[in-house]
Design a protein around this ligand. Sequence first.
Ligand code: SF4
Length: 316
Amino acid sequence: MLVRTEELKKHFLIGQGQTLHAVDGISLTIEENEILGLVGESGSGKSTFGKTLIGLHPRTSGLAFYRETPLPDNFKTSDHLRYSKEMQMIFQDPYSSLNPRMTVLDIIGEGLRLQGEQTGKEIRERVAYWLQRVGLHPDHMSRYPHEFSGGQRQRIGIARAMIIEPNFVVCDEPISALDVSVQAQVINLLDELKQSMGLTLLFIAHDLSMVRYVSDRMAVMYLGALAEVGPSNEVFFEPQHPYTRFLVESNPEPDPNTERERAHKPIVGEITSPVNVQPGCRFANRCPRVMDRCRVETPQLIATSENRQVACHLYN
Ligand code: SF4
């Protein structure tokens, strides 16, 4: 396996003695060369998990490993330099994630420059190569981010991550801020790079059918905790956790005729607060199959078959 976490937690103190449990004990493995899709509604802690995993947030507790080497819980500058060669991130918003005052050359070449192993000429050549590789033109390197469309900016963000030639990339909702017309192009580009570079990806998104299409396995997150993990097609077509069933049922069908005929069942009930979390299932207030036990006992993620796990008292 390439990446592993054990009970990884990221809490934020939000004043008046209150704690936001953004990520609350995630144990997950990511195998070499796989795409693991991490899916859930906004506010479920997906992006915070990805950022904490690669050291952009200090961990509150728990462990993280890269090739079975423990990662520091609070990355220093030297750790960022060391692990940025292995782990990179593509951000959700191609508008705010690129410094508007830097040229494309400086943005894409910054990682190489910080490593200090290549000359300015070599960095320029690598930037030119990567601009072409992501479907842009080498002449674009002297321009600024505002001169590009959203799709082109995301290609710049992808080139910035890939120029380091990492092994592991966290893709944080990489297409959700883009027009539908360019989403497929960016997905195809990521897929091509994944195949040709032998990458391992953590693909974070809220669109279940897109995650199923892109990923080998899928992990479903709800309010900072994992609800279900398994092969993407199995989780999508035979969901075990009641929350995954809701996500599948509320996922729009690509065919408008089928979509019109579908009976939508909205999730009812109050969302449990991720602040000062109490014992019990976080989905209990919204779950149609809730039992007394669910209100007091937190379900643990357990194996239901060789390659599937679910955190629900219906299964233990
Ligand atoms: Fe529903 Fe209980 Fe399972 Fe939670 S543990 S999802 S409340 S049945």
